[in-house]
Ligand binder design. Structure first.
Ligand SMILES: Cc1cc2nc3c(=O)[nH]c(=O)nc-3n(C[C@H](O)[C@H](O)[C@H](O)COP(=O)(O)O)c2cc1C
Length: 167
């Protein structure tokens, strides 16, 4: 059991299966997960899989556990995308760091500018300012020069850029 939580950020890019698989691995390994999905994530679930992701945190926890197929191991707490007053929005809340998977180019741009306009962005911004681990799993192809510049800015700020490149 890992008592210090890891934040899992899910943004509105294709490839939500990456988030589901990451969550399955982490819960099976008994990590404590604070999960925040951006507003666009709801639309992508709907468009790509005709699945409605619940908004209410307890229902969302059940939803993610069902998707991941993990009913018991590891704690999971889901946060509403707009709740910028949540624990994970504060630097004084200790974490192991944060993984944003999949990470849309919209979120890459907003993180590169430090916008913090929703809970996912704010939590990622906090990891950077506190010098904690931030892993970005970008999902787009091809990358434009703007995407590459924003990813470079995040790498310069200390984020690890880990593109999902299936064999
Ligand atoms: C079905 C669907 C698939 C999308 N796939 C991607 C994608 O793979 N990569 C990306 O950068 N944006 C993708 N988008 C666009 C983003 O959802 C959009 O830019 C959104 O504003 C991102 O918001 P967020 O970064 O706050 O989640 C997709 C949108 C939809 C509706």
């Amino acid at each position: 059991m890992y008592n210090i939580p890891l934040i899992l950020g899910v943004s509105g890019a294709s490839g939500l299966i990456y988030a589901v698989r990451a969550l399955k691995f982490l819960l099976d390994a008994d990590y404590t997960i604070e999960l925040v999905a951006s507003k666009s994530t709801y639309m992508v679930w709907q468009s790509e899989q005709n699945i409605r992701m619940p908004i209410e945190p307890d229902q969302q926890e059940q939803f993610w556990r069902q998707q991941a197929g993990v009913e018991v191991k590891g704690k999971l707490r889901c946060h509403p995308w707009g709740d910028v007053g949540a624990n994970i929005a504060s630097g004084s809340f200790r974490t192991l760091g944060m993984v944003v998977i999949p990470c849309s180019m919209g979120t890459v741009a907003k993180l590169a500018c430090g916008l913090s306009s929703d809970l996912l962005e704010r939590s990622a911004d906090v990891q950077l300012k506190e010098g904690r681990k931030l892993v970005i799993v970008p999902r787009e192809t091809p990358f434009s020069l703007i995407h590459l510049r924003n990813l470079t800015a995040l790498a310069e700020a200390g984020a690890r850029i880990v593109p999902a490149i299936p064999a």
